[in-house]
Design a protein around this ligand. Sequence first.
Ligand SMILES: [Zn+2]
Length: 266
Amino acid sequence: MPEGHTLHRLALAHDALFAGEGVRVSSPQGRFAPEAKRLDGRVFERADSWGKHLWHRYEGGAIVHVHLGLYGAFTDFEVSDGAPPPVGQVRMRIVGPRGGTDLRGPTACELVTEEEVDGVLARLGPDPLRPDSDPDDAWRRIARSRRPVGALLMDQAVMAGVGNVYRAEVLFRAGIDPHREGRDLARTDFDGIWADLVALMPIGVERGRMHVVRPEHDHGAPSYAEDRPRTYVYRRTGDPCRVCGTPVRSEVMEARNLYWCPTCQS
Ligand SMILES: [Zn+2]
């Protein structure tokens, strides 16, 4: 599932493509057709994101809420020779003078009100990518919780935008066992995790991919998959830890695979 940096990057890309322009909105697949008809021809004002949620704002107060879920993706295209014929199940197509994008397979693509935006935001914890986020909101929930910190970091109500990769990697970098209960985490540990996310996630926004392995460890065994950046523990079950050589462990925690080094993280 895309993590927060992907959504922030999309918001920036959609602003660059469409902000201030009248755009054509359609739903080649048909499932968003009535809504697209209402938006078609309006000025795209801006895009923004919080955690894994993306909003497109149009003139006249219309707002589209997008959540990519596991399978959703935007694909951009050039419009110099006209928009290409849609391929596959395109839920929403936006075409402006500078380019276009197709959205396929989202969990949510819907017209919403400002109140509904507020309702989503009220259920989301602070997003390390947003300067207006208050980390104290996350700390308060973590500090009183008996849930393991590995699960708390993935809980979008505690902290928004962190997914499985950042969760695993930031806990490794902090040397914290993901099984430790939230209430046993020191404030200094939390501050270190938050600061690390605030430093790491913008690199993901800028590069379009995560970069989580420190330069002194960024060599040796390749990544878990081609075209993916190296990780310390994510998807490295049984492989030697890049720092201490202990086999990386994994287990299922709250229905998601968790990875950690039992030596470095205690
Ligand atoms: Zn280790």
